[in-house]
Design a protein around this ligand. Structure first.
Ligand code: NDP
Length: 401
């Protein structure tokens, strides 16, 4: 079986994963034959053509609907990969994990399972697969994008090297880029709008505290000429695993920057009912307004050519070291235009796709291979962060106090 790889999903993130896996296959033989499969074959072919042009490498393509379990199993039986990197949508996670179990394939994803009819995500559905993956001697790595993903690994690195105990974790995600569009989302519009319009939630002294959507904000002074930006408190999936795996943590929060323009548009869309996820009857047809809206909005994959500026995502962590209070900030700054030049994508897809490739590489090379289902903070951060920097996402660390 070698280290053959199946990448599922040929969207903005899938394209980056495919380019970076092809690069890793050339540089380190981390992966054998690479196949990119998605619902629309034409999208896979476009990515394969770009990889051929940029890297001179050939990948295979396949069509599959991941909601169709027998079809997924059939594809895995045909390709017999060692590993599947799932960068389709969160709705498919459980089906894809089932198919991997049926065919003895290891699994990596970047977003936790979400039932289509409720804007609610949590790890319980995927954590329930722990025993079954362990029994089959297979490994599943959950949430291996940037946030979740690198932010989990950053937390593990800080706890391994810089802090003995941690009290406060603030994950702060800033997109200081501009695509010049009146309204567009940086990744799948449906998933993005479900996440942003959901209630906020943070961890405080042993319990979750809920807030109204985007009702709580702070200013944060970002490094590298980005400067102060308003950041809004949101719930984000990595908080759920991090509060379990960072013993003694008192407070954990997630923040994201949004422009006033984005928020104004979102408010209007919500007010007129276009962000609803329940079915409505329209001219004898049932439609989900958010799916219709997502269809009208720009494809995030098309924003690459238009986007300027940088992203900055990192962890601010307060705790104790050598019996003294210590605050550290660990982050990555990524330039949209540089990403576009390298792989034809904007930085949001790039910062998600590179870590997904690196997690796959860690698993395929055996460095992170452990039977069971894992979140990334449960694994050794050092080899992952070394490869992350080597494959395009260098990171910085500073002691704040
Ligand atoms: P896109 O919408 O651009 O791409 C999704 C791709 O999945 C499309 O090619 C789509 O095919 C394919 N797909 C959807 N449903 C199926 C299905 N049933 N069977 C097969 N293929 C399917 O999304 P993004 O690339 O922006 O995002 C991909 C994933 O990455 C999402 O799960 C998102 O939540 C996650 N993400 C994670 C981040 C992190 O930091 N952890 C950050 C950003 C995104 P088609 O084109 O035919 O619809």
């Amino acid at each position: 079986m070698g280290n053959d790889l199946l990448i599922l999903g040929a969207g903005g993130v899938g394209s980056v994963v495919a380019h970076k896996c092809a690069e890793a296959a050339q540089k380190s033989h981390a992966f054998g034959q690479i196949t990119l499969a998605s619902r629309t074959l034409g999208k896979c072919q476009k990515v394969a053509d770009s990889i051929q042009k940029r890297l001179g490498a050939t990948i295979s393509t396949a069509q599959v609907d991941a909601d169709d379990l027998p079809a997924m199993i059939h594809l895995l039986e045909e390709i017999k990969p060692k590993l599947l990197i799932n960068v389709a949508l969160p709705y498919q996670d459980l089906n894809v994990m089932e198919a991997c179990l049926a065919c003895g394939v290891n699994y990596v994803d970047t977003a936790n399972y979400e039932p289509p009819d409720t804007a609610h995500f949590e790890y319980k559905w995927q954590w329930a697969y722990r025993e079954r993956f362990a029994e089959k001697g297979l490994c599943a790595l959950l949430g291996a994008g940037f946030d979740p993903g690198v932010t989990n690994v950053f937390a593990a690195w800080v706890m391994k090297h810089e802090l003995e105990t941690v009290k406060v974790l603030d994950i702060i995600d800033c997109n200081a880029g501009d695509h010049g569009q009146p309204f567009a989302t940086n990744f799948n519009p449906e998933i993005n709008i479900r996440e942003v319009t959901a209630k906020g939630r943070y961890w405080e002294r042993g319990e979750w505290v809920e807030t109204d959507p985007l009702s709580f904000a702070m200013n944060f002074n970002f490094p590298e000429n980005i400067g102060p930006r308003k950041c809004y408190l949101m719930y984000h999936e990595e908080l759920e695993s991090l509060v379990m795996h960072l013993p003694g943590i008192v407070r954990a929060r997630f923040w994201m920057t949004f422009s006033d323009n984005y928020l104004n548009h979102l408010r209007v869309l919500e007010n007129v009912g276009l962000t609803r996820i329940d079915e409505v009857e329209y001219q004898g047809q049932k439609i989900v307004p958010l799916k219709f809206l997502a269809h009208l909005l720009p494809d995030p994959g098309s924003l690459g050519a238009l986007t300027h500026g940088v992203t900055c995502i990192g962890n601010l962590m307060q705790g104790m070291a050598n019996n003294k209070p210590k605050t550290v900030y660990i982050y990555n700054v990524c330039n949209h235009e540089a990403c576009f030049k390298e792989v034809g994508s904007q930085a949001i897809s790039y910062t998600t796709g590179v870590p997904a490739m690196v997690a796959g590489k860690m698993l395929a090379e055996g460095v992170w291979f452990k039977p069971g289902v894992w979140n990334l903070e449960q694994l050794d951060p050092d080899p992952f962060l070394a490869d992350l920097a080597a494959y395009g996402l260098p990171w910085q660390y500073a002691q704040v106090h």
